[in-house]
Design a binder for this molecule. Structure first.
Ligand code: ATP
Ligand code: MG
Length: 431
């Protein structure tokens, strides 16, 4: 037997419906906030990610799915959406320095991580980016959108952490102070952090190894090193959130796992998620678009991890309810003559927006009932010789046992009946 690769979560009914419903809720909020959707490819040139995410990051160092195609070109399954979206926006000239462009995406991402609860090798993100000469208010707007998704889904135990990573002026000053500090505390650091003291010192602040935590806790704080404009940016974001009554906590250790962030970074974390607790994250990136040979303007964005969102929505009881009936009708023809009539009946019924399938493998009524149950149907329709002679069909409600005959033509009576029962079923599920 061949199983799915490790770290992949199959979605079986009704999970996929619930999953897609969550994606739609996120997309609805993005649409209301003016984001236009783009479709990103699943794979890109590997260099797109090494250039943007950074060589000394977990994603590029350890987690990328790399492959060479038959032409010898090096590609990567996309590990995230921002680099890909920027590549698309630059290639199609969607970024205009004097204007703001708002784009969103959704789809699977791939990272070769150690699989565990909440950490998959293929996972799904819904993400959005604001590109152009953005302001602190654009960062706030990203947070407002995520907050509104969180509120609609009543996500439990969520905290918003924010930080400011400084800009090209003040970050180097902080970096220098951090390196000096880390150099005098090498004995308390893990091997990776020792190496990163030289190559990527900020990433040390993001290290999850227990041994490193005391050193990280006493490290200098970026907030103390912000230049005037970054400090004003940070204060504007904080006061904007306060005036919108969106609670937050400033966390000066929040540096994010990707190299491109500047100014505001943020994470939405839930204590209902266990150890993989971040369900949405993002921030601003001042140099990245220019670095990818686009216009030299900043951008800001976020990505929501949909599997983690689903775990939280499930806890909150706000996942789309699994319907007791997932299909409306199954139809059993009894005998050769009934088959073509049932086939055209199915088409007619489907055209009315009602779901229906035929049971063609058997003429045994008992088997028909079993198949209808398997289909998840509320109604079983049986068409035998007697019914054909009377030009009617009997509708059996599998929930109540009620049987009602309807004319085969016109079908309006039958359609109306199914619709009314179905809407009552929906109402009783909501209450
Ligand atoms: P983490 O701290 O969990 O490793 P990250 O910083 O690598 O996250 P991002 O690249 O910012 O994550 O991705 C944004 C969101 O995508 C995360 O907050 C999370 O919800 C989700 N995500 C990231 N990696 C995974 C994964 N391997 N499995 C499931 N969801 C993931
Ligand atoms: Mg990660």
């Amino acid at each position: 037997m061949i199983n799915a690769p490790r770290g992949i979560k199959d979605r079986i009914p009704p999970e996929e419906d619930q999953f897609l419903a969550l994606v739609s809720i996120a997309e609805k909020h993005l649409g209301q906030a003016g984001f236009k959707k783009v479709g990103l490819p699943i794979f890109e040139s590997a260099s797109l990610f090494t250039r943007s995410i950074g060589v000394e990051t977990d994603i590029v160092e350890k987690e990328m799915y790399l492959f060479e195609d038959k032409g010898g070109e090096r590609f990567a399954l996309r590990p995230e959406g921002t680099a890909s979206l920027l590549r698309l926006a630059i290639q199609h000239h969607l970024i205009e320095p004097a204007r703001i462009t708002r784009l969103s995406y959704q789809g699977p991402m791939f990272r070769h991580e150690r699989p565990q609860a909440g950490r998959l090798r293929q996972f799904h993100q819904v993400g959005a980016e604001i590109l152009g000469t953005i302001t602190p208010q654009d960062n706030i707007d990203l947070l407002v959108v995520i907050d509104s998704i969180s509120r609609e889904l009543k996500l439990p135990g969520t905290t918003l952490f924010i930080n400011n990573m400084g800009c090209s002026r003040c970050r180097p000053v902080f970096r220098k102070a951090l390196v000096e500090y880390l150099e005098t505390h090498q004995s308390g650091l893990c091997t990776t952090c020792k190496k990163r003291t030289e190559t990527n010192p900020l990433r040390v602040l993001d290290c999850k190894v227990e041994q490193c935590q005391p050193v990280i806790e006493r490290a200098p704080s970026i907030i103390d090193f912000l230049c005037e404009s970054s400090r004003l940016h940070h204060e504007a974001v904080c006061s904007g959130l306060r005036s919108l009554s969106i609670p937050f906590t400033v966390n000066p250790r929040l540096v994010r796992g990707l190299d491109y962030y500047t100014e505001t970074t943020f994470e939405f974390v839930s204590d209902a998620l266990g150890s993989q607790s971040t369900w949405a994250a993002g921030g601003q990136y001042d140099g990245l678009i220019g670095q990818l040979e686009g216009p030299d303007v900043p951008g800001a964005g976020f990505a929501i991890g949909v599997e983690r969102l689903a775990l939280l929505a499930e806890k909150a009881g706000t996942l789309m309810p699994a319907h007791s009936h997932t299909q409306d009708i199954s139809i059993l023809p009894l005998g050769e003559l009934a088959v073509p009539i049932v086939q055209s009946l199915i088409r007619e019924i489907r055209n009315e927006g009602i779901s229906a399938t035929g049971i063609f493998g058997t003429t045994k009524i008992k088997q028909g009932f079993k198949q209808a149950e398997r289909d998840g149907s509320r109604f079983l329709l049986i068409l035998g010789e007697d019914e054909m002679a009377r030009r009617e069909i009997v509708v059996k409600d599998l929930l109540t046992g009620e049987q009602t005959p309807f004319p085969l033509s016109p079908l309006a009576g039958l359609i109306g009946y199914i619709r009314s029962v179905r809407s009552q079923e929906k109402i009783s599920q909501l209450s």
